[in-house]
Design a protein around this ligand. Structure first.
Ligand code: ADP
Ligand code: F6P
Length: 479
């Protein structure tokens, strides 16, 4: 941590997200280290922040200290402190045991607790107050994700001069599911504090507008909401992307290529390396994909001498019950498949429970013949796009769930229904046996798509719409 503080009321662009882009880690010897936070949100926003010299407001992880604003690796960071009880009730509780499963098709049962929502209100207010302190006059504020859906309205009350955008990185559910929420109206009204509310897919924007019409009673026309005070709120879809060029360059670098070769050697140079990379989350469909692979081995369609599955699963939200259950389930499943089907020096699944630097991720993508991305529901899934970005050779195959936002764009992937294990087995085999020419054609088409729409296009498309909402205050921001 460097000494310089982020001064008040000076930032023209303020990013507000539950997490700072770095987590505070206390080493066993007591020393403090800042480590990049997990997940797609940080991957997407870091380049935008760097280009605009903005301020980033978020939770530094942990509950130890109430930290002052600071600059880390050139980024101006403003920490928001959470108490132990708030981590339990706001983060693990309402955000990740109520909203997360509800917004992901109820693939796990959401829990509704009134005290969790109270903590959500308290913490959202703290984020809004911190933002009001930091933002310059007429600044643009970009609030992110499901943990902070009340912030736009709270912030508008404190600072009506600001242009406020909100982007939801995860799916927004259909009215039939959203309606279960006892606090459905409060959340919709919270979001309506923004000038622009962005989603990953057009269907999510439609769900939101429909709910506002039905539940709050405002007039709407297409993607526009008309509020009684004369203000308008624009909903829209802004599919997120990645830093395609940056990642491709990294994948091209000598050390990454060398490391990719080494990974294959360490795996025993099998004919086929299959790869899965996810946070260890029940929405990611890890269980179904490993079962599909295990059955292909059992049935003799594949052989452990020829094929290995590398599954990287970063531990996530480990104190939330559903995540604990998942971790035990996957441990057992991997143990069973390896015990039944592996041979000495040839495990069927190489299971890695850790977070890696970007170089290692790029090397893994380079080493993998088949990337298997099978979420039961996912806002976008950046891993799928990262794999494509790293395949500058046009080789490799992507097996991708229809239920990931990325499937809207990566149409040439081997698209699968992750609930259909037999269908997944067939698609994995099809990808493994496809002729290199057809794989090349698919990969080229997917690379064209991601090259035409990278993370800076995503950010500028959102910020352009936001700045157009009040043209007299327009500030030129570089995405
Ligand atoms: P989510 O936001 O739900 O975690 P995404 O696929 O959209 O899912 O984004 C995950 C991001 O986290 C990607 O940028 C990916 O590279 C990164 N990531 C996932 N697993 C790891 C890991 N084991 N080590 C380092 N980065 C990881
Ligand atoms: O994109 C979804 C998301 O929940 C982000 O908001 C978050 O940064 C990431 O996944 C990782 O989750 P968490 O912050 O709970 O570890």
């Amino acid at each position: 941590m460097s000494g310089s503080e982020a001064p008040n009321h000076t930032a023209d662009l303020v990013i507000v997200a539950n997490r700072l882009p770095v987590d505070r880690v206390v080493n066993p010897d007591g020393s403090i280290e800042w480590r990049r936070s997990p997940g797609g949100l940080v991957t997407a926003l870091e380049p935008v922040m760097r280009a605009n010299d903005g301020a980033w407001i978020g939770w530094p992880g942990g509950t130890d200290e109430d930290l002052e604003p600071f600059v880390e690796d050139g980024l101006s960071l403003v920490p928001v402190h959470l108490t132990e009880a708030e981590v339990e009730e706001f983060y693990e509780g309402f955000s990740n045991a109520t909203l997360w499963p509800l917004y992901h098709d109820v693939v796990a049962k959401p829990e509704f607790h009134r005290e969790w929502f109270d903590a959500y209100v308290t913490v959202n207010r703290r984020f809004a107050e911190r933002t009001a302190d930091v933002a310059a006059e007429n600044a643009m504020v970009w609030v992110h994700d499901y943990q902070l859906q009340l912030v736009p309205a709270m912030l508008r009350e404190l600072r009506p001069d600001l242009r406020i955008g909100f982007f939801l990185h995860i799916p927004f559910p259909p009215a039939e599911l959203f309606q279960q929420l006892p606090w459905r109206r409060q959340l919709l009204e919270g979001l309506l504090g923004a000038d622009v509310v962005g989603f990953q897919r057009p269907g999510a924007a439609q769900n939101f507008v429909r709910l506002v019409r039905q539940r709050v009673g405002h007039k709407t026309h297409r993607d526009m909401v008309y509020l009684p005070d004369g203000r308008t709120v624009q909903a829209g879809s802004f599919p997120i992307s990645i830093d395609v060029k940056g990642l491709e360059e990294l994948a091209h670098s000598e050390p990454v290529q060398q490391r990719a070769k080494e990974i294959r050697e360490q795996l025993g140079n099998p004919k086929r390396v299959l790869l899965g990379v996810d946070r260890l989350d029940y929405t990611k469909g890890i269980r179904a994909r490993l079962r599909a692979f295990g059955e292909l081995l059992e049935e003799g369609e594949l052989d452990v001498e020829d094929a290995v599955f590398v599954q990287v699963a970063t531990p996530s939200r480990e104190r939330v019950e559903q995540y604990r259950v998942l971790r035990d389930d996957i441990d057992r499943l991997v143990g069973r498949i390896n015990g039944d089907l592996g041979r000495i020096g040839r495990p069927a699944i190489s299971y890695l429970h850790t977070s890696y630097p970007r170089e290692e991720m790029a090397a893994l993508y380079r080493a993998a013949d088949i990337m298997v991305v099978t979420p039961l529901r996912d806002g976008m899934n950046l891993v799928a796009k990262e794999y494509v970005a790293c395949r500058y050779d046009g080789e490799g195959a992507l097996v991708l769930s229809e239920f990931a936002g990325a499937a809207d764009e990566l149409r040439q992937a081997f698209l699968v229904n992750p609930y259909d294990i037999n269908g997944m087995k067939a698609s994995i085999l099809e990808a493994i046996n496809a002729d290199p020419k057809s794989l090349n054609k698919r990969m080229k088409a997917m690379r064209k798509t991601i090259n035409e729409h990278d993370v800076s296009d995503w950010a500028s498309s959102f910020l352009d719409v936001l700045s157009e909402t009040k043209p007299m205050h327009r500030k030129q921001l570089r995405p």
